[in-house]
Design a protein around this ligand. Sequence first.
Ligand SMILES: *Cc1c(COP(=O)(O)O)cnc(C)c1O
Length: 344
Amino acid sequence: MDLQELLRPNIRELQPYSCARDEFKGEAKVFLDANENPYNAPYNRYPDPLQTQLKASIARLKDIVPERIFFGNGSDEAIDLLYRAFCEPGKDNVVAIEPSYGMYKVCADINGVSYRRVLLSEDFQFSAEDMLRSPDEQTKLFWLCSPNNPSGNSLCPTEIEKLLEHARGIVVIDEAYIDFSAGRSFLSKLKHYPNLVILQTLSKAWGQAAIRFGMAFASEEIIAVLNKIKYPYNINLLTAQHAAQSISELSTMQERVQILLAERAKLSESLQAFPQVERVYPSDANFLLVKVNDAAHCYNELLQRGIVVRNRNSVPLCTNCLRISVGTPQENNLLLRALKEIWK
Ligand SMILES: *Cc1c(COP(=O)(O)O)cnc(C)c1O
């Protein structure tokens, strides 16, 4: 696979913006190069466009070189940039598992890229063979999500590897929920597959959705492309400082994940005891997909009691399904108490 050939011609040719912080890196006595205000330190200065310090910390945490790391304003930025780097509007297409995370389709639509869905099996597994039947010469990206949203299950790793071996294009694995999963991240496979992009985020297991911090891991060549087309200062200093603080507290994150996993098991068991619950799907994430007898009714009744869940009834393979995030023990008890009332 020739990456340069996969790229959009305008991106291949692009001369990126060169900011003051790109031209001069390092320490100086006086900085008069960026039209910054000398007052209000440290927020008066433009931040490091490549987040060198934070990348060193994440590199250590993930056991990967900094050159294979990209940070974005949420995973959503990386998703959008992948379209903008590889997909020519009105011409190229992508192939994605269905159902999955809604942003893949929204970003395809925004970028004028056609979106080909490959339906998962009834138990939300995918087959590489099915995925490989769909693409043509204009297919640039393959979207996988594991553990998947909204189903919660991990995709079969041998099928993922099969797709990575045979796909002519970039294979993206969205691992937003990986820290909740018993399964392994594909990070260790990056060296084997130059066409692999892995997305992770601080939004879920790290509990930092508000700071908007997503990560992409890929070959140095792919990361260089993302760096070339991103906004120069896409990660602001407040976010970078907060992210650094957060990842320095790894054990706190791990303890909370353990609490949420125990709650997930309890919640799943309690839900299955209701005759109105047809099925609680196995989950490797911090939510449960639950098939009930009447999702719309249940959703509305919960809402009346001030409890919001996600109604996934209109999503393929998710008829009458609610997606329920695992909350604190108190929150989960409130949910169960409300369901007892609704279904009494
Ligand atoms: C929640 C979620 C994300 C997180 O996106 P951010 O922009 O990083 O907050 C990414 N992918 C999936 C599948 C998700 O469910």
